[in-house]
Design a protein around this ligand. Structure first.
Ligand SMILES: Nc1ncnc2c1ncn2[C@@H]1O[C@H](COP(=O)(O)OP(=O)(O)OP(=O)(O)O)[C@@H](O)[C@H]1O
Length: 252
């Protein structure tokens, strides 16, 4: 198995909506220890590809592999148990729960505890879930507000809560859908620091992001999509300097 195979890989992914081919034969690798970014103009197919990787949508053709295992037909909750976590563009915190309880839901997802209820988890599972919750709250600097109702958080902090919840599942692959949307500059800096630290620990990260400057600062590798296809990929500086990429952008 190569390093790339150890993370998340797509091969020849296709997803159609009626006459539109939103994702048109995409090969992509999200290797461990790296931040991979996916960019492209509106309607390029980024969200559709993301959904196919996360398990929210089924591709019409092609494969999704997690650590070499074919997960193409697995639903999202089964992917979560195998170590795939995602965040949502639309922030989806549980409003009736505290910040800590929201993050705890993420920790339970990996252990399968949600279905059995918190107290139904065996003690070692509970301790691991608590430790993962505490670590995620600390990393995102949310420990000060852990007892707040989640619906009292402003947008930026809610976005960080979303990330904390995904991290609490201790994933090996993390898919991030516009994680910087709604963050202030200090929060964006915090986000960047956390994502780099996670990559250094060996996590495989995929970032779908409109903020190209953030991508230039953070990502190791970038894929550029236009009209359902990958039109360029490689080291971020080289790809972003490619005039062909700039033209595709200008045409958007
Ligand atoms: N549920 C759907 N039904 C029909 N067409 C869809 C559906 N979802 C996406 N599409 C179409 O598929 C294409 C790709 O859309 P997608 O949302 O994946 O692009 P995107 O790159 O994520 O765009 P944006 O940056 O605006 O979010 C577009 O032409 C879009 O209209």
């Amino acid at each position: 198995m190569t390093t790339a195979d150890a993370g998340l890989v797509s091969r020849g992914l296709v997803r159609r909506f009626g006459g539109i081919t939103a994702v048109d034969g995409v090969d992509l690798a999200v290797p461990p220890g790296r931040i991979t970014a996916l960019i492209g103009p509106n309607g390029a197919g980024k969200s559709t590809l993301f959904d196919c990787l996360a398990g929210a949508a089924r591709p019409d053709a092609g494969q999704v592999l997690l650590a070499g295992r074919d997960i193409t037909r697995l639903p999202d909750h089964a992917r979560a148990r195998l170590g795939l976590a995602r965040t949502f563009q639309q922030i989806a915190a549980f409003p009736g729960l505290t910040v800590e309880q929201n993050v705890r839901v993420g920790a339970e997802q990996r252990t399968g505890g949600t279905a059995r209820g918190l107290l139904g988890l065996p003690a070692p599972g509970r301790a691991a879930a608590r430790a993962a919750t505490d670590r995620a709250l600390r990393l995102l600097q949310l420990d000060q507000v852990r007892d707040w109702p989640a619906d009292r958080l402003p947008t930026g902090a809610l976005r960080l809560l979303e990330l904390a919840r995904a991290l609490a599942a201790t994933p090996r692959v993390l898919l991030l859908d516009e994680p910087a949307a709604g963050l202030d500059p200090a929060q964006t800096t915090r986000l960047g620091t956390v994502l780099r630290a996670l990559a250094a620990e060996g996590l495989a990260l995929l970032l779908v992001e409109h903020d190209v400057e953030l991508v230039a600062r953070l990502a190791d590798t970038v894929y550029v999509m236009a009209a359902g296809r990958v039109i360029a990929s490689g080291p971020v500086r080289r790809v972003l300097a490619d005039p062909h990429v700039a033209r595709a952008w200008g045409a958007a």
